[in-house]
Design a protein around this ligand. Structure first.
Ligand code: DAH
Length: 357
């Protein structure tokens, strides 16, 4: 058999078997294997092209054309079959994964803001409306800011009002920073007052929300960690009347316009005079019930006029400026607003409780 005849016969054979195999290929993977076997580097058509060397020079062009046209034909057949198969495979995939629209849907769990954050934002909103700024402060604080500069020197009996959690260093001693000031978890947000007055000259109108810590055993009205909002105003001509008006307005905004407030004298080291503020009991309207322990009033915050000694620590002249400060416990406020009897519930994270607000 001469070279031309051999090549021509092989071409014909490859055409008929190749086209038949392509049509029969049952999957894209199978089709791809077939493509490699025919058109790949070591595929049968490629091998045949190489065999062109054995064809005489005058026949080579004609045979070459025939081989090339077979390649085009096979390539066209491959891409047609590839499209058919991928359509079929996609349809099969869709059919297999079809959604059963008769199944009831699954309700995604949507979280909500925690009650403490809600109350905090509510109070901040009231004061933002009055032109106050919101500031922050560190939860790990030094004795200087938490007590000393708030007119509570070491060994002052007022320190006993707040059982403090001190930070210990590696050797187990109380950690202290260079000026010998002990390091602690802040027991009140009042230290932010000092930090702000160090940084800013009056007029000052700020609110400082944050967490505080005390060595208290948990019970219905105590938790070792809770939240406060501190307020501070320093300006010329600030009086106790401004303090009363501001806090009365706050209580009415938070608890409702029908609620009354009462200022009871109290002692805080950093304010003079100082007071505790009570709001009239919602349950009995002030006549006395179990919730307010018969008094008709519920205590919600501490406040007072900034003590001139505190101004001394931050170099503000008490002859020129005066101011007031207050501190609100947020868990307490939340419990009073929503009649929650145990403030530990606010920390337990039970969604059946939290979902109600
Ligand atoms: N820091 C006080 C406490 O935690 C609350 C307080 C009372 C804050 C009077 C004040 C204030 O700013 O003037 O018990």
């Amino acid at each position: 058999m001469d070279g031309v005849k051999m090549v021509t016969e092989t071409i014909d054979e490859l055409r008929s078997t190749g086209l038949a195999q392509i049509t029969e290929a049952g999957s894209s993977t199978e089709l791809e294997q077939l493509r490699v076997a025919i058109l790949g580097k070591k595929g049968s058509l490629t091998v045949m092209l190489r065999a062109l060397g054995s064809v005489s020079a005058d026949q080579r062009a004609a045979v070459g054309r025939a081989v090339n046209s077979l390649r085009d034909e096979l390539e066209a057949a491959f891409s047609k079959r590839r499209a058919e198969l991928s359509d079929a495979e996609l349809n099969a995939q869709i059919a297999a994964g079809q959604i059963d629209i008769s199944l009831p849907g699954r309700q995604p769990l949507i979280g909500s803001q925690h009650l403490i954050n809600q109350i905090s934002e509510e109070i901040c909103d009231v004061f933002l409306g009055l032109g106050y700024q919101i500031v922050g402060g560190p939860e790990v604080e030094t004795d200087y800011y938490n007590f000393t500069a708030l007119n509570t020197p070491p060994d002052h009996p007022a320190r006993g009002m707040q059982d403090t959690l001190f930070i210990r260093d590696r050797s187990g001693d109380r950690a202290a920073i260079s000026n010998e000031s002990d390091v602690m978890l802040r027991s009140q947000t009042s230290g932010v007052q000092v930090r702000v007055m160090e940084q800013q000259r009056p007029p000052i109108y700020i609110l400082a929300p944050g967490r505080v810590y005390r060595r208290d055993a948990p019970d219905p009205s105590h938790t070792p960690q809770f939240s406060q909002i501190e307020g501070l105003v320093v300006d010329k001509g600030i009086t106790f009347g401004d303090l009363k008006g501001t806090l009365d307005y706050l209580c009415k905004r938070i608890f409702g316009p029908e609620r009354k407030t009462r200022f009871r004298t109290h002692f805080f080291p950093f304010t003079e005079p100082s007071a505790e503020v009570d709001v009239s009991c919602e349950i009995c309207g002030g006549s006395g019930c179990r919730f307010c322990k018969g008094s008709g009033w519920l205590e919600i915050l501490g406040c007072g006029m900034v003590d001139p000694n505190v101004f001394g620590f931050v170099d503000i002249d008490p002859e020129v400026y005066s101011g007031f400060a207050f501190g609100i416990g947020l868990e307490r406020t939340a419990c009073l607003k929503y009649n929650v009897s145990d403030l530990r519930m606010l920390l337990e994270g039970d969604v059946r409780f939290l979902r109600q607000f």
